[in-house]
Design a protein around this ligand. Sequence first.
Ligand SMILES: [Zn+2]
Length: 97
Amino acid sequence: MLRYSEKQLQRVEANYAGVRESIERYEAMDIPACPSCSSDDTALIQVGLIGRTMAIAGGTTKFKLIPNRSKPKWNKMYFCRACEETFGSREENMPSD
Ligand SMILES: [Zn+2]
């Protein structure tokens, strides 16, 4: 789900050129439903807290930002916002920002 208004999208794009395209790419992504609770409020897990990734995380619920993969649960591909479980193997081709 898109979190930014048109005005906010324009503002983040002014700060991080190309970030709008990234947000829209995540928004269009087909992310699998959660195998634990069947929620479709799921997100792709990405590591690294920098301005650009924070702007993407602010813009779409389909992007889950974590500071590092220190806990084994974060060594997965997807995150469920409903039950906070992670799932999916990272071995398969990993979309990068
Ligand atoms: Zn779930």
